[in-house]
Design a protein around this ligand. Structure first.
Ligand code: DGT
Ligand code: MG
Length: 356
């Protein structure tokens, strides 16, 4: 009887969601240690094939520290976490969560707006002294569409569009789906592709040509292009958060309903006949393709853990550009992801097993 009452309680929270809230709270407060600890704890629970119903069941699981365990214990006993409920009802947390949900708005900008007393989108848009950059303007303009999940069918349709654009530019070019969809996810917040040409040095041009083609087709709603700053003499970075230096672009594309099998994942978009979708393209030189594919396939937690394993267990530095053996003092070449796992002395891990 009591159990039934508990399960119908609207406040009931899953331990994994509680850890995500706590991680985000610490991220907003720029406290890295507990943020990463709660993210890792959430990942561990996500990777389990079963749901945790009693604390004893978590014994032996890695990466669950004392604080994670005590939050979990409270939830398993009462269905709630006092700390998480306090955060969820906190005005600052709610406001930063809302503001950072806009494309182009990071925690620092959100905090700045919050400190100025702004609490809603209408507050921001009505404030004459706020200057929105181009990315944020697009973020607000397409907010409804890009905050709605992208389906696998939509990702496939975008894959066809990018593939056609690449092949029209160069017959031997290629586009590969990466990110969450390569890991088998059914929905994502964007669609990530790696585009390449077999000729090293042509990749920057390939990306700008693709952008031009999307513009000609009338489907380019927003584009932030970043030219390559890749320096092959540099050692791989040990900082995961630093993005790679290859040519890349962050786009918003117009996806027409007619291109998607089964229609768009959006009621409003269906009646309009199109929706806006976030798309990222990265274009590494072909000899770095395998490292980029591994790095952009994710998940973020998997990438962090793989880099940590390389560093602490193998004395190797891994990032999206390269793998460096500190003992031999040499770069290790790879043409496939299998080569990289082999250099690390690991069995190949399939993309769908990387959903940590
Ligand atoms: P999604 O789009 O939310 O469904 O999930 P993902 O996994 O596709 O995530 P996304 O699109 O943000 O990023 C794609 C991959 O790129 C991600 O799995 C790992 C990599 N990545 C993303 N952000 C960073 C970053 O800040 N640094 C590095 N090194 N890699 C990143
Ligand atoms: Mg993605």
């Amino acid at each position: 009887m009591e159990d039934r009452r508990r399960s119908s309680c609207p406040c009931q929270v899953l331990p994994r969601d509680a850890f995500e809230v706590l991680a985000e709270f610490y991220e907003f407060n720029e406290v890295e240690g507990p943020c990463l600890a709660f993210r890792r704890a959430a990942s561990v629970l996500k990777s389990l094939a079963w749901s945790v119903r009693r604390l004893g069941a978590t014994e032996g699981l890695p990466c669950l520290g004392e604080r994670s365990k005590s939050v979990m214990e409270e939830i398993l006993q009462s269905g709630r976490s006092f700390e998480v409920e306090k955060i969820l009802s906190d005005e600052r947390y709610q406001t930063l969560k809302l503001f950072t949900s806009v494309f182009g708005v990071g925690p620092k900008t959100a905090e700045k707006w919050y400190r100025r007393g702004l609490r809603s989108f209408s507050d921001i848009l009505a404030e004459p002294s706020i200057h929105l950059n181009r990315m944020q303007q697009s973020g607000f303009r397409h907010y409804g569409d890009i905050s709605r999940a992208v389906s696998r069918a939509e990702a496939r349709a975008l894959g066809n569009i990018i593939d056609e654009a690449v092949r029209a530019i160069t017959a031997d070019g290629a586009a590969a789906l990466t990110g969450g969809f390569r890991r088998g996810k059914e929905f994502g917040h964007d669609v990530d592709f790696i585009v390449t040409t077999p000729e090293v040095g042509r990749e920057d041009r390939l990306l700008t040509d693709i952008i031009e083609s999307l513009k000609q087709q009338g489907i380019l709603l927003y584009c932030d292009y970043q030219a390559s700053t890749f320096d092959q003499s540099k050692l791989p970075s040990h900082k995961f958060e630093a993005m790679d230096h290859f040519a890349k672009c962050f786009l918003i594309l117009r996806l027409d309903c007619s291109r998607v099998d089964g229609g768009l994942n959006s009621v409003e978009g269906d009646s309009r006949g199109w929706r806006a979708v976030r798309v990222d393209l990265v274009s590494p030189p072909v000899d770095r393709y395998a490292f980029t594919l591994l790095g952009w396939t994710g998940s973020r937690q998997f990438e962090r853990d793989l880099r940590r394993f390389a560093r602490s267990e193998r004395r190797m530095l891994l990032d999206n550009h390269a793998l460096y053996d500190k003992t031999k003092k040499e770069f290790l070449a790879a043409t496939t992801e299998e080569d990289i796992f082999a250099h690390l002395g690991l069995e190949y891990i399939e993309p769908w097993q990387r959903n940590a």
